[in-house]
Design a protein around this ligand. Sequence first.
Ligand code: SF4
Length: 144
Amino acid sequence: MLNYVEGIALFGNAAFEGSRGVGRERKSPFVRLFTKTPTDVLCPHFYELILSNGCPYDCAYCYLRLTFRGRKEPVVFTNSWQQVQNELDRAGPGVFSTGELADSLAVVPPLLGEAIEYFRGQKQKYLLLTTKSCNVKLFECKAV
Ligand code: SF4
């Protein structure tokens, strides 16, 4: 399992060097059902799994530019994994996206390694990551 420091080292990437995010405890829930899908859009409901907020890439067309009151530095949450797991265990089956208010991998959330391990053991819960980064080493198979 990766911890935060290992994750950052693995994903060393000049594109976001220096934008590793500000770490802080999250007070709000980590898991919430996304309910903002317009009624005329046929898209299944999903859960947000909020391990971080923001994105260092700052694309000109991105809605995140108008989110978080103009604050651009990503925030990564540093709570205990058990807090997140308790919420995941209570949630029903479905897709859990870490990429609604963040790029999932541009800055690696400290809780992501534990999240990946958790979802590996699930049959009806799926982790959805969305990214424009190439930080995929976490998912490479290791030779045994
Ligand atoms: S990479 Fe994605 S999340 Fe990041 S600024 Fe660009 S559009 Fe937004």
